[in-house]
Design a protein around this ligand. Structure first.
Ligand code: GLN
Length: 385
């Protein structure tokens, strides 16, 4: 027996993520990297100073498994200020190593063998593999371009006695669309009488460009059935810190923590300490985030107005979708490879987020969490096509 012949992959259809591939290609080719979503500017210097101090003053051992109490209290304050929701810092908030871990823990804790999980297509890449590893099966509802709005009739037709979890994401990666209050209400109406939980990925919660964007935190009934995921990576320009948190009713939190304690046990203590102090010192720190990113979105959009790309709507996140049908017949993966090679701009092909990409859809995703000069130079290159 060789190792290879005995090895049966648990994720046979999964390769290395598109983010790893495209960022590596961008480095190799020296391209402007608008593919993987991360800022090319530094976080608030005061936060960096707090992290350095936290390390130097001895906050270097395990934190409590559920997260530092001072951070959980600060998160509870943030949620109360932004959403007018009171959550119990001790029984309903768990600090995790990024939103990724929170999502993984929640799925592992709630999905049993053969359970069905509903996703919206396109969906962020980590959801389906996490469901598969838990023994669940994904069912997808299509979100159609250019608005990518949920179709509640199609959604309700997908429900079955096996449906255990619905995974939602607003503001939405990769499309930049945002749900409205009526979407959350429709979701609630369809699932209210069933034993279904909701996992709401809200990592871009502070990056939306209209007042009508919503959070599950604001829906009283739905929030009692839901686990809501946030990421300090997005809210404080610190994607490499990998600190996130998940808010869920106490009964769900008990189950979630059974997984979390064995996946990571706890998250980097000095980073938790720094974030707690920052939130206490600057309680409104995330309030200006939407305006900050709206300005970047508009710089990119305005610079592409004369190009042959068609700009899709962008209501939230730091991603802008572009339709390149007037430029090329290549499929989006091939087009992105060509773009890196010939134009020096790295983007993400949107088809990779689909179970079944729409035929002949030619859309790429650009990340605008970049300095204005980076965005303008990328747009200049793209406008030459
Ligand atoms: N969420 C980031 C994106 O959509 C990627 C994070 C990662 O590489 N895992 O670009």
């Amino acid at each position: 027996m060789t190792i290879a012949s005995a090895l049966i992959s648990k994720l046979p259809l999964v390769g290395t993520t598109i983010f790893t591939k495209m960022s590596a290609l961008a480095v190799e080719k020296g391209a402007i990297n608008l593919s993987q979503g991360f800022p090319d500017f530094p976080p608030d210097a005061r936060l960096l100073e707090r992290a350095s101090q936290a390390i130097l003053t001895g906050n270097n051992q395990y934190s409590p498994m559920t997260g530092l109490p001072i951070l959980r209290e600060a998160i509870a304050g943030l949620i109360e200020r932004h959403y007018d929701r009171k959550v119990n810092a001790f029984s309903e908030i768990t600090v995790t190593s990024g939103a990724s871990e929170a999502i993984f823990d929640a799925i592992a804790a709630l999905v049993h063998d053969g359970d069905e999980v509903i996703l919206f297509d396109p969906a962020y890449d980590l959801y389906e593999p996490a469901v598969t590893l838990a023994g669940g099966v994904c069912r997808r509802v299509t979100l159609s371009a250019p608005e990518f709005r949920p179709d509640w009739q199609a959604f309700s037709e997908l429900l079955s006695d096996k449906t255990r979890l619905v995974l939602i994401n607003t503001p939405h990666n990769p499309t930049g669309s945002c749900w409205l209050a009526e979407d959350l209400e429709s979701l609630w109406q369809v699932i209210a009488s069933r034993d279904i939980y909701v996992l709401s990925d809200e990592v871009y919660e502070f990056i939306h460009f209209s007042e009508s964007a919503v959070s599950v935190h604001k829906h009283t009934e739905l929030s009692k059935r839901s686990l809501v995921v946030s990421s300090f990576g997005k809210s404080f320009h610190l994607t490499g810190w990998k600190v996130g948190y998940i808010v869920a009713p106490a009964e769900l939190t008990v189950e979630l923590r059974k997984v979390h304690q064995f996946v990571s046990f706890c998250t980097a203590t000095p980073l938790q300490q720094a974030l707690a102090e920052h939130l206490i010192a600057l309680p409104e720190a995330s309030t200006g985030l939407a305006a900050f990113y709206q300005q970047k979105r508009d710089v990119l959009r305005n610079a592409l107005v004369g190009s042959r790309f068609t700009l899709l709507p962008c209501e939230g996140t730091y991603f802008q979708l572009l339709d390149y049908s007037q430029i090329s017949d290549l499929d989006d993966v091939a087009f992105c490879e060509w773009l890196i090679d010939q134009v020096g701009v790295a983007a993400i092909p949107v088809s990779v987020f689909y179970q079944q990409p729409p035929k002949d859809q030619r859309i790429i995703r650009l990340c605008f969490a970049k300095e204005e000069s980076t965005l303008l130079e990328a747009a200049r290159r793209l406008s030459e096509l």
